[in-house]
Design a protein around this ligand. Structure first.
Ligand code: GLN
Length: 191
């Protein structure tokens, strides 16, 4: 099984390294084109800068294809900026991201924790995973979920992990925690 990581910008190699550690060397694929997308059974959209990632995904055709795949049963996991890309709607800052994939029934707020708490770490309880060390970096948060989307973890008033069938979103960076449980959970979604 091969797992793609959208590789235009951001925390790409960290995700690829963990996928290779779990599934074996060569199991992760850097995806920058529609052709590369055809080789994989699931995709991670990493953290980084959502405006940049969004623009490069749209220009390459990856956006259109990934949207189609996400609407079928194909597993996609967005972390941080990737989570913004998966959302159906967002705040006025999200509008600057440009068109979103719009796959998950949730509203996100970009840079939700502001300048005071730009980057921080918290132990949180994640449904289906348990206690998990969560690293937030200029993180977005989910303001609300509706429809088929459900919250997996909360931090104060914010939802910071959510799931909708084949789709998974985390506001924090599981690729930086040294704990592979989140990646294992995502891989378990691939049939
Ligand atoms: N603040 C970034 C954005 O809005 C996301 C940060 C991250 O992915 N670590 O695009």
């Amino acid at each position: 099984m091969k797992v793609g990581v959208i590789a235009f910008q951001g925390a790409v190699s960290e995700h690829m390294h963990i996928i290779d550690s779990i599934l074996g060397e060569g199991s992760s694929v850097a995806v920058r084109s529609e052709k590369e997308l055809e080789k994989v059974s699931a995709v991670i959209i990493p953290g980084g800068e959502s405006t940049t990632i969004g623009k490069l995904m749209r220009n390459s055709g990856v956006f259109r294809k990934l949207k189609q795949l996400g609407e079928s049963d194909f597993p996609i996991w967005g972390t941080c900026a990737g989570m913004i890309m998966l959302a159906k709607e967002g705040d006025e800052q999200v509008e600057r991201t440009g068109e979103l994939l719009g796959l998950m029934d949730m509203r996100v707020k970009r840079n939700a924790f502001g300048r005071q708490r730009e980057s921080f770490e918290e132990e949180l309880n994640i449904a289906g995973i348990g206690r998990y060390h969560c690293i937030f970096i200029r993180a977005p948060a989910v303001e609300k979920v509706y429809g088929k989307c459900r919250a997996l973890a909360k931090f104060g008033k914010w939802i910071v992990a959510a799931e909708q069938g084949n789709l998974l979103a985390t506001a924090f960076h599981p690729e930086l925690s040294g704990n592979f449980k989140f990646h294992e959970y995502f891989i378990s979604k691939v049939k």
